[in-house]
Write a protein that binds this ligand. Structure first.
Ligand code: AHR
Length: 511
């Protein structure tokens, strides 16, 4: 009786010292012996839209710019993107895609007509960045290209001719035009989407109508080996996925899904940098919803495609806040804080864990818009916290996903709780990579890993964190959020233990 009492006291003491020291206990089983699907590198894809300063100023400044460039592409941005091993870029939109007529963006720049960018600020688009510029840019950074065709205001013929212009090596009016414009060899562009958000800015269609449109377009996109993508659901519009799969699955390779993390509501989304812990909590809670969405849309796809031939492509995701004060509301320019690092880490973990169905994702947008990895102002460039998370996670590209089981504490605020730790794991070339997010802004997490019998001799790690939940990197200032070596991990008697600091994203690599 006395002994039991002593044990209870000891247990209480340990529990209290953990909470007083702000450390919580987590166990993670990584099934290193049961590798799953390959994590398609395209899960680490980006999205470049003609919106605000994503293209002009962000990617492209023109050959005559004082900003150092290669053929008009910013040299600093190109170098930073190469470091990130960007696998894929989606272009030209977004909503912009369904207003874009590709012939406006080819040929001598001085002869290219201008258009009004009706969705994004009503500014004049001079079309100096068109098909050749986009595909040259992809070649420069070593990324695959993903082109979004215009269904909303385009035609089947226009779409079919674009595919031919880009991909064909045969003699034809389209390929001759391409050659006349300076490109002899075709580009190898695999990914083509038929419209964007066809339920909204892409035409306000019903799924039944769009399914027929999709079938018609898909019939005329004829090039060997291309991957045809249908415009998919908005958030939890499960009916959309059901109808598309039922009516058109056999003609598609991928079906998209769009979901943004909006902390408050669409009228008042909240500030990118001025927020409290309550908003931090809600933002992460809403980000975790991605797991439910992917699970439920996948279950519908399983009904029609049990062999998982068709990919679920989350080709727009990220945080969406109010624009920065004093900036053009149509340009959607927002800052990016440590909170966004966690948002990115959670989403990418979710996609890794669903690698059997999720084959691509594209964060919106690569530069100067929503959850961007890079911000630019004239000659200056800032790498955001999200950039550093993508840098940590690039080890997952083309690795085999490893199933993980987590038992962790809750991060509680008021009456609500979330799992404090979010995680995914993969293996490539004998190295196991585990990425973890500690959602709790106040408590470290003491984590014990069980690697299912894997013999371990080496461990290393990286971390992205900062002192404040809303720390961010700004022009002309020392970086507040960056990556650093992570030392709080050790192997002892075949066991791995780590202490994951509060509000951090961590990569642990074991072999
Ligand atoms: O990313 C901004 C916009 O959000 C995209 O253009 C559109 O597809 C979505 O509604």
């Amino acid at each position: 009786m006395k002994k039991n009492y002593a044990f209870q006291l000891l247990f209480l003491f340990l529990l209290m010292s953990f909470s007083l020291s702000g450390i919580s206990q987590t166990t993670i089983v990584v099934h290193a012996d049961k590798p799953g699907a390959k994590i398609d590198k395209s899960i680490y894809g980006h999205f470049a839209e003609h919106l605000g300063h994503c293209i002009y100023g962000g990617i492209y400044v023109g050959e005559n710019s004082e900003i150092p460039n290669t053929k008009g592409f910013r040299s600093d941005v190109v170098a930073a993107l190469k470091d990130l091993s960007v696998p894929l870029v989606r272009w030209p939109g977004g909503c912009f895609a369904d207003t874009y007529h590709w012939r406006d963006g080819i040929g001598p720049k001085s002869e290219r007509p201008s258009i009004i960018n009706v969705h994004w600020g009503g500014v004049t688009e001079n079309n100096s960045f068109g098909t050749h510029e986009f595909l040259d840019f992809c070649e420069l950074i070593g990324a695959d290209a993903y082109v979004n065709l215009n269904v909303g205001s385009g035609t089947v013929r226009e779409a079919a001719e674009w595919v031919e212009y880009v991909t064909s090596s045969n003699e034809s009016p389209m390929t001759n035009l391409r050659k006349k414009n300076g490109r002899e060899k075709p580009w190898n562009v695999k990914y083509w989407a038929v419209g964007n958000e066809t339920w909204g800015c892409g035409g306000n269609m019903r799924p039944e109508y769009y399914a027929d449109q999709y079938r018609q377009y898909a019939s005329f996109l004829r090039a060997p080996g291309i991957y045809k993508i249908a415009s998919g659901a908005n958030v939890e519009d499960y009916k959309w996925t059901e109808v598309m799969m039922r009516e058109a699955a056999r003609m598609m390779n991928g079906l998209s899904l769009h979901y943004y993390t909006v902390p408050n509501n669409w009228q008042n989304k909240g500030s990118a940098t001025d927020f409290n812990e309550e908003v931090w909590f809600t933002t992460l809670q809403k980000t975790l919803k991605m797991d439910t969405l992917v699970t439920k849309h996948s279950a519908i796809m399983d009904k029609y495609d049990p062999r998982k031939r068709v990919g679920l492509l989350v080709d727009e995701w990220g945080s969406w806040y109010d624009v920065e004060p004093g900036t053009n509301p149509g340009f959607l320019f927002q800052q990016n804080s440590l909170r966004d690092a966690i948002v990115a880490g959670i989403n990418l973990n979710i996609f890794n864990n669903h690698a059997d169905r999720v084959r691509m994702s594209n964060i919106a947008q690569m530069i100067n818009v929503l959850q961007s990895v890079i911000l630019t102002k004239d000659k200056e460039m800032v790498l955001t916290p999200t950039y550093y998370v993508f840098k940590l996670y690039k080890v997952h590209q083309e690795a085999l996903m490893l199933p993980v089981e987590i038992k962790c504490n809750q991060y509680t605020l008021g009456t609500q709780s979330l799992d404090a730790v979010n995680c995914s794991a993969s293996v490539k070339d004998g190295v196991v990579s585990i990425t973890l997010c500690n959602l709790d802004p106040n408590k470290s997490q003491q984590v014990s890993f069980d690697l299912s019998g894997m013999k371990l001799s080496k461990v290393s790690g990286k971390i992205v964190t900062a002192g404040k939940i809303n720390a961010y990197n700004d022009f002309g200032k020392k970086e507040e959020v960056t990556e650093a070596d992570f030392k709080n991990v050790k192997i002892a008697s075949g066991k791995v233990d780590a202490t994951i600091p509060s509000k951090s994203v961590v990569l642990i690599q074991l072999q």
